[in-house]
Design a protein around this ligand. Sequence first.
Ligand code: ADP
Ligand code: MG
Length: 422
Amino acid sequence: MSEPSGAITGASILLDEVTKQYPGQIKPAVGGLTLEIPAGSIVMLVGPSGCGKTTTLKMINRLIEPTDGKIVIDGEDVTQMDGDTLRRRIGYVIQAGGLFPHMTVAANIAIVPKMLGWDKAKISARVDELLELVSLDPAVYRDRYPKELSGGQQQRVGVARALAADPPVLLMDEPFGAVDPITRQRLQDELLNIQAEVQKTIVMVTHDFDEAVKLGDWIAVFDEGAQLVQYDSPERILANPANDFVENFIGSGAGLKQLTLTRVNEVELVDAVTATPGELASAVLSRLQGAGQQLAVVLDSRKRPARRLSRRQLSRMQVIDDTVDDSMPVVSDQSTLNDALDTMLVASSETAVVTGRRDVFRGLINVQTIMEAIAQANSSASADSEAPVGLNSGAIPAISVENAMAGEADGESAQHPVEEPR
Ligand SMILES: Nc1ncnc2c1ncn2[C@@H]1O[C@H](COP(=O)(O)OP(=O)(O)O)[C@@H](O)[C@H]1O
Ligand SMILES: [Mg+2]
């Protein structure tokens, strides 16, 4: 596994009743944790500060030795294996990349390949390949020092270094915690792209639940002592938080987070009665009454929505004019249902006007449609509710609904192959 092969798959990881009792502490930092991590998936560890996330992560590569229990990687018990040998098979990424300041970018990335005795040409080629992978131009960056890089660039180099010897497993401890939100979003997107190529098993600690939802095939929610409160797809955790603890942890916006998984163009829009300036208001009113609707949408000559008119407004009007209402709730069909609901709430309106390309009118979305989408997502989430939790079940994780949906929207489905745990 020290050779970059092009067709790489991650390894499955099983934490079997793993405990870490630090000397002098009353309670174990990790108390009998059993967790099954399917090969090739991204598993996010979330939970309150001090609940044992970092300790759990570091026990996987034995930077911290477990007090009790077994760690099995791809069927092999690695609990007694030489720690250094194990760590060469596991990439490790920490905040700000954890780069050595007095070594160039290339030298930082080359650390493990050097230890593995690769020849110079092979190392050099690998460094360039990895810099390309993390979107840094090798010619520009390979000879720079970490301090000559931005935080986001350092983080990229950290990821490249972790991937250098092509390990099947990548451990990441709050890797994007130290960068600004825009850089963080970019790094997250890049990680998903990289993962689509390399398909490692990635275990990542985060304190950011949105990050967990975005990146995770599976999310493990920990309480104190690394007690596993819930382990499931982001979709199903959002739809069915296991208890108040999870609900509180994912935050008051939890119900709405479900809505960020669906886009307006994925739900059925309501047809609307439309009108054009110059038309007689009475004609529009009778169409509206005939359709049993309350609001007509006035479109301009390019079919862009200009304003909405109620039956009452129409009844007081002779001819439709070309007034444009800037406060009309309008959403793009690329918006999420969450955006649509926000727009309706801000406008105190039960419907929003939906536009497509070039702002052309497409229809209406209403609160009812959004509620139905939530109900549907909830029921399909609970329909196959077997969790991948290693807790004796050996259950097979279903394909993450969240990723299936995200895939439709932006072609990401291939980036999250969820394999069955061994
Ligand atoms: N080296 C250590 N010695 C003693 N206690 C530790 C040590 N490292 C962590 N702990 C304790 O173990 C618990 C879990 O810590 P940690 O795994 O770092 O939590 P998290 O990453 O979830 O914030 C905490 O109570 C912490 O204080
Ligand atoms: Mg930590």
